[in-house]
Design a protein around this ligand. Structure first.
Ligand code: GCW
Length: 720
């Protein structure tokens, strides 16, 4: 008896002790999210064994700043993950080392190496090879930046316990432009930013402490992003004041070690507002001269300056239309000032009339982008890039690909994707956007009846353009975890990975991100990847299915449900819901003619109800509520079901997340749990608001009888 009791007691202590250890372990691992996907947490002894043959020293073949950064990052990552401090050796002793250098440097060091391949732009090559008879690991590229990217790739592999045995991996970026925009105002607020105030500006000046800006550049570089526009496209002209440029150059200084080029958003009226001229007419020689001088001044401070982003004639911004000039006139005058320095202009295609007459059924904001820019194809200088939002309206939860991607053959283009979740839940709702972006990037425009996916058009591959690529509106802030929610960082990671290689699958990207951000516990990886991969669809289901757009308050916060705010105003985000039906008729036959902006095969796809996918139906067609979808359901029943299913799925996220209680550090566990609980409650608000609204309009009850009692009688008068 005694011995049984003492065994029990011992066991009890053992269990308690183990529990305590668990708690300590979890507490020790508590994380703020600041490291994002660069946590470099220690590998298990088992996993670390894979890297026993990794060289114990490193050499770098030159001391340029980016190469030095690359080496420091390598040493840091290996120390944290494998517990080993790499010896930093002279380049005269490269034997058994991880060797970092560009191809020419490597050729000079080891002529015996066969390095036949030339790597384009920022591509890199990871390769085990013998130098002077001893085995080395080479991280090489054409540029210093490529070497840095190679180091990050190697560290990512180690973090995910991928084997490096006999590695021979070459990676090339899909396009030269892989930039982020920040919509930061000089007072420190960020337009559509949900992760705290600006990391660059406070109270009208550049911050004194730019530690976060430097850490941001590191994060960007780790996924191959090579440029960052630091201020809002609704630009304050003051950014170009002499004194301010000197301040901005401090930000460029902290970007430079990470190979991130700094660029600025500028206001077209600057020559007048801050230049003292009586005009900003782009064709006036004094205006051209003013831009030349300002650009020369910038390059004196920032020799590797990237260029300008321009938002003009849009949402109240002044632009060339003031003088009857075109976007090409405006873009070119700035481009010519930048040209001698190698800079570029991103001219945003987001030009539209926000005082459109909603009574006129043929009016259509979606047509504006193409109508404004297609006629100018070929009129832009070679260092101008037209920056085009993924869809023709404005970052809605679902839109078709903008027809302008197919409408420019002799003009450079870049796709603008929105990482910050303006219309997709503002980081308070889980919404992993990579699957949405991939649908657009993979969409085949069938230009000249050939396979011409959007990713090839924007990368400049289809029409052999000198430059092109990807721009993400990121809007990170001072919040420790950058975007306000740890899970939202998957969107920034995913943007970078897609910009590097749009052929990566959403599954691969989220698997990588989850391993890097939360570790390799199979339950954690399985649960988080599944939640992320379904989250866009869930969000769409309870906010705006069938292509109706996010039925949000478009006049205010772009967040709460507000289906009526889209109608009866000039903003043009109409869904034209009335008592009989819903949807914008954008057909060529009877509607606004928007569909006519696509190449013929795509026109056919969307024009016909038979071939138009259910998920974009209301974007292209106005149909009665009783219209039967391909799925066999009526539109109205689909709307009810979708909102209820979506809200149920949002609620189910909570239970899925709770499975991870003992598997994820407590800080992030509780933070995310609270967010999911809040999201579930908001999904119900969305569900009820939209279902009641559409029931009142249509008068058609839900077949499943879920909400009529609470909704009151249907409305009567027809609004249109
Ligand atoms: O959707 C709108 C946003 C604006 C933004 C604009 C744009 C920076 O609501 O806040 O302005 O898009 O992309 O220029």
């Amino acid at each position: 008896m005694r011995s049984t009791r003492s065994i029990k007691t011992a066991l009890r202590f053992a269990v308690l002790g183990a529990a305590l250890l668990c708690v300590l372990a979890v507490t020790a691992a508590a994380e703020t999210g600041a490291e994002a996907w660069l946590r470099y947490s220690a590998l298990s002894p088992q996993a670390a064994k894979t890297y026993q043959r990794l060289p114990h020293k490193t050499v770098v073949l030159d001391d340029f700043v980016v190469l030095k950064t690359a080496q420091q990052e390598l040493v840091r990552g290996v120390a944290q993950m494998l517990g080993e401090t790499l010896l930093v050796a002279e380049k005269s002793a490269p034997e058994n080392a991880i060797v970092l250098g560009t191809l020419p440097q490597l050729r000079a060091l080891a002529p015996e190496l066969h390095l036949p391949r030339d790597l384009r732009s920022d591509g890199y090559w990871l390769k085990t090879a013998k130098i002077r008879g001893s085995e080395c690991l080479l991280i090489t590229a054409s540029t210093d930046r490529g070497v840095l990217y190679g180091v990050f790739a190697l560290l990512s592999k180690i973090a995910r316990a991928e084997s490096l045995a006999a590695i021979d991996e070459e990676q090339q970026p899909y396009a030269p432009i892989r930039w982020v925009n920040q919509w930061d105002n000089l007072d420190g607020r960020i337009e559509r930013g949900y992760g705290g105030p600006s990391i660059f500006f406070a109270d009208g000046n550049v911050r004194g402490d730019l530690t976060r800006a430097s850490e941001y550049a590191r994060l960007l570089a780790s996924v191959g992003i090579n440029g960052c526009t630091i201020n809002n496209v609704n630009a304050a002209p003051g950014i170009l004041e002499d004194s301010f440029i000197a301040q901005v150059s401090r930000i460029a200084d902290v970007f430079r070690p990470w190979g991130v080029q700094l660029s600025l958003s500028v206001d077209m009226s600057s020559p007048k507002v801050i230049g003292g001229l009586d005009t900003f007419d782009p064709l006036d020689p004094r205006v051209a001269e003013w831009w030349r001088k300002i650009v020369d001044e910038i390059y004196r401070h920032i020799p590797d300056f990237g260029g300008f982003v321009v938002k003009a004639d849009s949402e109240g911004r002044l632009g060339p239309s003031t003088y009857g000039r075109t976007p090409a006139d405006a873009a070119n005058v700035i481009a010519r000032a930048l040209k001698p320095h190698g800079g570029v202009v991103f001219y945003r295609a987001f030009v539209y009339n926000h005082h459109l007459d909603w009574h006129e059924l043929k009016n259509d904001r979606a047509k504006a982008v193409y109508d404004n820019f297609h006629p100018l194809d070929g009129a832009f200088d070679d260092n101008v890039i037209i920056q085009i939002k993924n869809g023709p309206i404005d970052f809605q939860v679902r839109e078709p690909a903008s027809p302008l991607f197919a409408g420019l053959r002799r003009t450079n283009e870049a796709i603008e994707l929105q990482v910050t979740q303006e219309y997709t839940g503002q980081q308070r709702h889980l919404c992993f956007l990579v699957p949405m972006w991939k649908e657009v990037l993979d969409f085949d425009m069938r230009v000249d009846a050939n396979a011409t996916p959007v990713k090839d058009l924007v990368a400049g591959r289809t029409f052999h353009r000198p430059v092109g690529g990807f721009v993400g509106v990121a809007n990170v802030g001072m919040d420790a975890n950058w975007l306000g929610s740890p899970l939202a960082m998957a969107n920034l990671y995913g943007f970078g990975r897609l910009a590097w290689d749009p052929n990566l699958s959403a599954e691969k990207i989220i698997d990588e991100w989850t391993h890097l951000t939360f570790g390799s516990d199979p339950l954690v990886v399985k649960t988080i990847t599944a939640m992320q991969l379904t989250s866009w669809h869930v969000y769409e289901s309870y906010t705006g299915p069938l292509g109706a757009g996010t039925l949000t308050n478009i006049l205010g916060n772009h967040y709460d449900p507000g289906p009526e705010s889209s109608e009866e105003n000039g903003w043009g985000q109409w869904h034209r819901a009335d008592h009989q039906g819903i949807g914008m008729d954008r057909t060529i036959a009877t509607g606004t003619g928007y569909i006519g902006q696509y190449p013929p095969e795509v026109q056919k796809l969307y024009e016909s109800l038979a071939s138009c996918a259910d998920n974009l139906l209301l974007f292209f067609h106005h149909v009665p509520y009783t219209y039967v979808l391909h799925s066999g359901k009526t539109v109205i029943q689909h709307v009810y079901d979708s909102h209820y299913d979506g809200a149920d799925q949002a609620r189910d996220f909570i239970a899925q997340w709770q499975l991870l209680e003992r598997h994820v550090d407590q800080d992030r566990y509780h933070d995310i749990l609270q967010r999911l609980q809040y999201q579930a409650s908001q999904a119900i608000v969305w569900r009820d608001t939209i279902c009641k609204w559409i029931y009142r309009l249509s008068g058609i009850p839900d077949q499943k009888g879920r909400m009529q009692a609470a909704s009151g009688p249907p409305d009567t008068p027809d609004r249109h």
